[in-house]
Design a protein around this ligand. Structure first.
Ligand SMILES: Cc1cc2nc3c(=O)[nH]c(=O)nc-3n(C[C@H](O)[C@H](O)[C@H](O)COP(=O)(O)O)c2cc1C
Length: 307
């Protein structure tokens, strides 16, 4: 990345060339489908959410645009962990950047089986990113990440099995993102990703019924940026491990704000659907800030708005 001095970062056990990470679920896991230059400015990539068994995802409509965001009801469509390890994980190494593996699970047994299947490929996995926005079947379908006990159990369990970098991607709809981030830290997570999508919905007025079969869907994109920024601020005030800012980053200024609020790196998702040059533009903006303030590296941007 010529002209982007000082962007290298050590975050949550990962060494990355820039603090811009492609968020889970927005990029194909097949590198031959990526447009040329798509990786410019990208420091690491995150896989689609992987489950133990392959999943075909939700039926019915899956995507709906709102004024300032995107609703998705994909339903974790993915090839399953075995297929991923044998095929996509190896292919993804061609990008020569750390690959985060986003793990989704509905029971501790499922979590254990997924991590055990990843262990032999440990050297190909930059970090495991636990997606705790899925239902815990043993607690009546309550979301792992909205239940302090469930969260504690899942993160401590993952920590016992997975010795590599372990990140937890939180749901933003907790009663206290600070408290939930602290649970992750206390259970051995090396970073928290703040955060996943917000639940929203749309109505099909002609049909006079909910747009999605599952009624609610995940809202991402610019609509959630101020909410995510507030969550990053709170999380960063509550923990010592790095906070990765995620949610609605659409302009380079958004990424800078996230870092000033306390993020050590950012994940970018929805914005990439219409602007593949965003990671490179974020890098230029961060570099310009480093230079303008005579900082040594991007890490020194983190939390400057909190002083
Ligand atoms: C189409 C789509 C699929 C997604 N799939 C996943 C997923 O499998 N696992 C996950 O943790 N997050 C998933 N997400 C959430 C994103 O990774 C990200 O946390 C969220 O969209 C907020 O960031 P953004 O506003 O920059 O998109 C998905 C988002 C979208 C739009």
């Amino acid at each position: 990345m010529p002209g982007n001095a000082g962007l290298h970062a050590e975050v949550g056990g990962l060494s990355i060339g820039s603090p811009v990470i492609v968020a889970s679920g927005v990029w194909p896991m097949e590198p031959s489908l990526w447009p040329e230059k798509a990786l410019e400015g990208v420091g690491a990539l995150c896989s689609k959410g992987l489950t133990l068994e392959p999943r075909t995802g939700n039926s019915g409509k899956r995507i709906c645009e709102s004024y300032s965001g995107l609703l998705n009801s994909i339903g974790l469509q993915n090839p399953g962990i075995d297929h991923f390890v044998k095929n996509e994980l190896i292919g993804l190494q061609t990008c020569d950047k750390p690959v985060l593996v986003n793990v989704s699970f509905e029971s501790i047994r499922e979590l254990a089986a997924i991590l055990e299947k990843l262990l032999p490929s440990r050297s190909l996995v930059g970090a495991v990113e636990l997606n705790v926005s899925c239902p815990n079947v043993s607690r009546g379908g309550m979301t792992w990440g909205l239940d302090p006990e469930g969260l504690e159990k899942a993160v401590s369990f993952a920590r016992k099995i997975w010795q590599g970098p372990l990140w937890v991607k939180l749901s933003p709809q907790t009663s206290s993102i600070g408290e939930f981030s602290r649970i992750c830290q206390d259970c051995g997570a090396q970073a928290v990703v703040v955060a996943n999508t917000w639940l929203g919905m749309a109505i099909d007025n002609d049909e006079e019924k909910p747009f999605f079969e599952r009624i609610f869907a995940g809202l991402s994109g610019p609509a959630i940026f101020p909410l995510a920024l507030r969550a990053v601020w709170e999380a960063a005030g509550a923990v010592d491990i790095p906070v990765i800012g995620c949610g609605g980053i659409t302009r380079p200024e958004d990424a800078l704000s996230m870092m000033l609020a306390g993020a050590s790196a950012v994940e970018v998702g929805t914005a990439l659907f219409h602007d593949l040059s965003l990671p490179a533009a974020i890098c230029s903006r961060l570099s310009a800030h480093i230079e303008a303030r005579s900082l040594g590296s991007v890490g020194e941007i983190t939390g400057r708005a909190r002083r």
